[in-house]
Design a binder for this molecule. Structure first.
Ligand SMILES: [Zn+2]
Length: 412
């Protein structure tokens, strides 16, 4: 069975990982000089692998290899090379370099494919810059929102100028949109970024779905009053009520098992003074799950609990939904091919959801998408301590290659 060159893969991973390396970490924040340098490095590998390289209006790097004249749609593979501040060497990088390694391996073996192959490197996946995440892949899937075209960074530089720096053009961004007839399938290899595979000693993860999320701004209002003179029975303490609101978010996901995770990440107490009973507390609430129904169910249950807390604590609670990102199920047929490939290669295998967002969720809007996970040591990611062993990286890319070849012979 055809195998990738493990040494070459891990060498390129380390080489890309040195671009943007600083004391105490590394970072290639989208549009920064380090990000641009990383993109140039990746483009040189693509050219070496025999691919033609272009940059679309959204700044996505698109490499294409066409072997046959059959006129089939492409099989896409890709990920991102931007990172969060003080990020790791594997998040995104493995998917991009693994995809290029697959194409290089085919070239070395003199093998051709029926489908054109595209390797895609998406702009600003992390959204660190402009706080607009999955930027390039959403542009490709036709999911741009008005703010995506007009946003300005903290230095006052517009997205248009930043895109121009990397070869994009915001005025032509609609030209970045790809249609379903252009792709047969899409594959993304990624580190898990969570602890499941590492803890269970399993080599390969078949991703069931990328979880969706509902976000809410919750405002608890009581009455701010003197902490010394107001008897306990006469208080309308917004913070006391809020502590129960916060605990209910956790309980909904744990004891009640209504969704996969629930989090309160932000709390603002007002007036936040030591001798005043808090009159108002603003908190952020989010629930995530693999199905929209379960996300809705968790949100409904949360509203019901808040209503009861209002009566008990004599407060009002306003809940403002700030958007539902739908879960993206991975395609059953592609998942079956991924599992078959992993089994053929003799790897232990487990099916699991992705708690983090990925470019594959955008691509799932236009084609059949599948994701392959490899273990993250101790589940650490978005950190300089992020680590996946060379062996696990190699295993993941071999599954990617095997799946690519199976898709190429089975899909039209
Ligand atoms: Zn990533």
């Amino acid at each position: 069975m055809l195998s990738i060159n493990a040494q070459r893969l891990n060498d390129t991973l380390q080489s890309l990982g040195r671009i943007g390396e600083t004391q105490g970490g590394m970072q290639r924040i989208a549009f920064s000089p380090a990000d641009v340098e990383g993109r140039e490095f990746v483009k040189s590998l693509m050219t070496e692998a025999g691919m033609s390289v272009r940059v679309d209006a959204a700044g996505n790097v698109i490499a294409r290899k066409v072997d046959s004249e059959v006129g089939l749609p492409a099989i896409g593979m890709g990920s991102h090379t931007d990172t969060v501040p003080k990020g790791g060497k594997y998040d995104g990088a493995l998917g991009v370099l693994g995809a290029i390694e697959c194409v290089q391996t085919l070239k070395d073996a003199g093998m051709t494919t029926r489908h054109p192959i595209e390797v895609l490197v998406y702009t600003n996946e992390e959204g660190t810059q402009f706080r607009r995440w999955l930027y390039g892949s959403r542009a490709m899937a036709g999911l741009m929102e008005d703010d995506d075209l007009t946003c300005v960074d903290e230095l006052g530089v517009s997205i248009g100028e930043r895109l121009k720096d990397i070869g994009g053009d915001v005025s032509r961004i609609s030209e970045a949109v790809r249609t379903p007839d252009e792709f047969s399938a899409y594959l993304e290899l990624h580190i898990e970024q969570g602890p499941v595979l590492h803890q269970t000693g399993i080599a390969i993860g078949d991703v069931t779905a990328i979880t969706g999320r509902i976000g809410m701004n919750v405002s608890v209002r009581g009455f701010a009053n003197h902490a010394g003179t107001t008897p306990m029975g006469h208080r309308r303490d917004a913070l006391m009520a809020a502590t129960h609101v916060i605990q209910s978010v956790n309980r909904i996901a744990t004891d009640e098992e209504m969704c996969r995770v629930g989090t309160v990440g932000m709390v603002e107490v007002s007036p936040n003074a030591e001798n005043v009973i808090p009159g108002r507390v603003d908190i952020s609430v989010e629930f995530r799950d693999e199905t929209t129904e379960r996300i809705r169910q968790a949100a409904d249950r949360f509203r019901e609990i808040c209503q009861r807390l209002c009566q008990h604590w004599d407060v009002t609670i306003d809940i403002e939904e700030i958007g539902l990102a739908s879960p993206a199920p991975m395609h059953d047929e592609i998942r079956a091919f991924i599992r078959d490939s992993a089994r053929k290669l003799g790897f232990s295998l487990s099916s699991l959801p992705s708690g983090a967002g990925h470019d594959a969720q955008s691509m799932a809007e236009i084609t059949r998408a599948g994701m392959i996970f490899v273990p993250s040591v101790n589940g650490i990611s978005h950190s300089p301590h992020e680590y996946t062993s060379p062996e696990d990286c190699t295993n993941g890319v071999n599954v990617l290659l095997q799946t690519l070849l199976t898709l190429d012979s089975n899909l039209d």
